[in-house]
Design a protein around this ligand. Structure first.
Ligand code: MG
Length: 187
């Protein structure tokens, strides 16, 4: 029995490596199934970064989120986070882990650990940004955390980390543009 509907009929490749477009498509489908959109993450990233970067636009942040969603580490983290959350939601885990995840125990920190492992992909400042989102829980993050019908133990942190990475990627690109250097150096 599968966990995520959007991957029900997925045929894995023998080498387990996928293209950026494939990873992006799967990531977006998983997030959608877990009630998170690209715009939700872009808005979190935009809100976190707009006070620091002059002329920042929401479309620029949407583009940044899409770029991040094509990266392998993010692909692995999103799949892992959503799969564990859904397994808990379906009651498939053993106790006491089942209850720890369903109750989103504050002392359980491995959800943050996985998020931190991807938050610094475009510079360590992303980890600080993630920490800020984790403490203040703006917008979609508090909606995910407050959702008592579903288990979002891992996903709320991954969403925060992707927003943090997208924000830092844009900040890095703006810094290059201000120094008259090609933004393409930051992929
Ligand atoms: Mg969490």
């Amino acid at each position: 029995m599968g966990l995520l509907k959007c991957l029900e009929n997925f045929k894995p490749r023998s080498h387990d490596v996928y293209t950026e477009n494939e990873m992006r498509e799967i990531n977006i489908a998983i997030l959608k199934e877990r009630r998170v959109s690209v715009d939700d993450i872009a808005f979190l990233a935009y809100s976190a970064q707009s006070k620091y970067v002059d002329g920042l636009t929401l479309p620029e942040m949407q583009e940044s989120v899409l770029e991040i969603l094509g990266k392998r580490d993010q692909f692995h983290a999103i799949m892992l986070a959503a799969s564990v959350d859904v397994a808990a939601e379906k009651g498939l885990l053993d106790e006491p882990l089942q209850s720890i995840l369903m109750h989103d125990l504050g002392l359980f920190g491995l959800d943050e650990t996985i998020a931190i492992s991807i938050a610094g992909n475009y510079g360590q400042i992303g980890v600080t940004n993630f920490g800020n989102l984790d403490v203040n829980k703006p917008g979609k993050i508090s909606i995910l955390q407050g959702d008592k019908e579903h288990c979002n133990c891992f996903l709320d942190d991954i969403v925060g980390a992707i927003a943090a990475v997208a924000a830092i990627r844009v900040a890095q690109r703006h810094a290059l543009a201000e120094a008259n250097m090609p933004k393409e150096e930051i992929h």
